[in-house]
Design a protein around this ligand. Structure first.
Ligand code: KG4
Ligand code: ZN
Length: 330
């Protein structure tokens, strides 16, 4: 069964092909350059760029896999959350393609897609487990007592983890996206040199907070700490905060397995640190951690395997779509 997945939730056009739960080819067209001068993503420019590159990108991905549109068994696209214009481009395209080919269409929740990228295709991961989603827009910790059910344990009270990386990178003049650039600079730094506080230390719940680290970084920068030490110590602080909260939740709830997904799951220090915890960990391959189309197709594949129906053609782009409203959550 061959599925095409499309993600246009923000500023990257992602297209991927999945055959029976295995990724065949996936490509991401980045818009970083386009938005670089604006200090953020310009939604209208993002929509136009998705419109411009999506069709050729689909053609290129099909060609790289040696397939034709007629080989597709279903088409999937992110319906939310994200920027409404960009979402509309991918969603409309996917519906049109599916309708034209006479195959089902699956509208996928973006966070569900991130999680699907981290779940092994062989069904080796059985609930109950914890799921940490750390991206540019989200830092959510869920308990998954059974497949398809998500109980929110905690979330960020301010910035998302990836957003904090992006803001501190900007402060250091490193550009966007901040995560990989901070990680790169951090390799040359001393991760104990700058005394970052541990956010929400001593709290009873499972929330996160990263805006304090961002403020602290600005202060430490003013005091003249070297950028590489700042990067390393900041990265360590974010990772410690994520890992300790997850470990505490796992202990409290008696969970032994943890899925870590979203762009920040690409972080090597985070992976190393989690590996020390003794938890059974499920990470996406690094290239599927950040936004891409393959994860959308993987989420659709999970739904098909669970015997869940295709999405209605009337499914709309939903900028604020809570995970509890995901199509495949009862
Ligand atoms: O999941 P994603 O691609 O897009 C959203 O849905 O937000 O996540 C992007 C975020 C950015 O904030 C980026 O800085 C962060 O993930 N990120 C990283 C790394 N790679 C990407 N953060 C830390 N370390 C990385 N290696
Ligand atoms: Zn994402």
């Amino acid at each position: 069964m061959i599925l095409l997945g499309i993600d246009t939730s923000c500023d990257d056009t992602g297209v991927g092909l999945v055959a029976d739960g295995r990724v065949l080819v996936h490509r991401v067209a980045s818009q970083t350059e386009l938005h670089a001068g604006f200090g953020g993503v310009v939604p209208e420019y993002a929509s136009r760029e998705h419109t411009r590159v999506l069709d050729p990108l689909v053609a290129a991905v099909l060609e790289a896999a040696g397939l034709a549109p007629g080989d597709l068994d279903a088409v999937a696209a992110t319906y939310g959350p994200g920027l409404v214009g960009p979402l509309l481009v991918g969603l409309s395209y996917a519906k049109g393609l599916a309708l034209g080919l006479g195959v089902p269409f699956y509208g996928v929740h973006h966070l569900e897609a991130h999680l699907a990228a981290a779940r092994p295709a062989d069904g080796e991961l059985r609930p109950p487990y914890l799921a940490l989603l750390a991206s540019g827009g989200h830092t959510h910790l869920f308990d998954v007592p059974e497949e398809g059910r998500y109980r929110l344990l905690g979330a960020t009270r301010d910035d998302a983890a990836g957003e904090a990386f992006d803001k501190v990178a900007r402060m250091l003049g490193l550009g966007y996206p901040g995560g990989p650039r901070i990680a790169e600079l951090a390799r040359r730094g001393d991760d104990r040199a700058v005394p970052f506080p541990l956010p929400l230390k001593g709290q009873a719940g499972y929330d996160f907070s990263f805006s304090g680290l961002k403020t602290a970084a600005a202060r430490f920068l003013e005091r003249g700490y070297p950028p590489e030490d700042l990067a390393a110590s900041f990265e360590r602080a974010v990772v410690e905060s994520l890992v300790r909260t997850v470990v505490r939740a796992a202990r409290d709830l008696g969970r032994a397995r943890v899925v870590v997904a979203g762009g920040v799951a690409a972080n090597a220090r985070l992976r190393r640190r989690f590996a020390e915890t003794g938890l059974a960990l499920f990470f996406p391959p690094p290239d599927l951690a950040t936004d891409n189309g393959a994860m959308v197709a993987l989420a659709a594949w999970e739904r098909i395997r669970r015997g869940q129906p295709a999405s209605p053609w009337a499914l709309e782009a939903t900028p604020y779509a809570p995970l509890s409203h995901a199509q495949d959550v009862e």
